[in-house]
Design a binder for this molecule. Structure first.
Ligand code: ZN
Length: 268
């Protein structure tokens, strides 16, 4: 048995037996971990956190070798993201990200890149900051920088950035550098094949009845988000037509290749 101390984001939590809670955490050190917080419902003061969904906590857990469920000895709140919890659209986006990771990520495989991505996403959703173009309304005189007001368009932009980066970091990256069928560089008209998992050139695309037309702008956005860090991506503007294309491509791709239906996707 090892004792592990790490930062952890609650992906899902549920009541367990009479007085306990079972939490699916995404941890910085160990990836997805299932932990039980014994007695937390009987005596909430036993832990320094109520282990709410989407919160960031410092946890200490006892990692058993012969069980997937580990005992959490300490859980202290680090970040709660109050602005997310005041806005149903932001709650839906945060829950979608947590559900996606809970369904896609394997148990106890460290992936610090995915951990950083989820915490960056939740922070941007809570407070997009003055660097986030397109994500804010600037109409509120009490909030000139728009840090507390995130428009529905801004939320969609953040969700698409999260989706593109999750695919790249979890090994499900769509093939977008060349034609997925013939391997040639793509010039001019382009289509996207969900079945084949990538872009198709002007010759291969029309032969594939399942492929859908995709604009050069949407392809450039996919590549930009994949190749740049989160802070640079926050400055990226996304036109409404590109958001619609990305929503269609990414949601269909995720559904087909992960073979998992993300229930909270329908609220986005
Ligand atoms: Zn081709």
């Amino acid at each position: 048995m090892a004792i592990i101390s790490t930062e952890a984001i609650v992906l899902r939590s549920m009541d367990h037996r009479e007085t306990s809670k079972l939490c699916f955490f995404f941890t910085r050190k160990c990836g997805k971990v299932i932990g039980v917080l014994k007695g937390i419902r009987k005596d909430p003061r036993k832990f320094g956190s109520s282990a709410d969904k989407c919160s960031v906590n410092d946890i200490v857990f006892y990692q058993y070798r012969n069980s997937d469920i580990h005992l959490v000895g300490q859980c202290d709140m680090r970040e709660f993201f109050p602005a997310i919890r005041e806005d149903i659209k932001r709650i839906n986006a945060a829950e979608y990200a947590c559900e996606l990771l809970n369904k896609v990520m394997p148990l106890e495989e460290p992936n610090p890149g995915v951990y950083s991505l989820l915490s960056d996403f939740l922070r941007a959703l809570d407070n997009p900051g003055p660097g986030a173009r397109d994500a804010r309304h600037n109409s509120d005189v009490n909030d000139p920088l728009g840090t507390r007001n995130l428009s529905p368009a801004g939320i969609s932009t953040l969700v698409h950035m999260f989706q593109i980066k999750v695919l790249a970091l979890s090994g499900f990256r769509p093939h977008i550098d060349s034609c997925v069928r013939c391997g040639k560089n793509i010039m001019g008209r382009t289509r996207f094949s969900v079945l084949k998992g990538g872009l198709m050139c002007g010759v291969c695309g029309p032969r594939d009845t399942d492929s859908i037309a995709v604009s050069a702008g949407a392809v450039a956005t996919l590549l930009y988000v994949e190749q740049h860090d989160w802070t640079a991506c926050l400055k990226l503007g996304m036109a409404p037509s590109i958001r619609i294309e990305l929503k269609n491509i990414l949601n269909t791709f995720l559904l087909y290749h992960l073979e998992k239906n993300i229930r909270s996707a329908k609220f986005l």
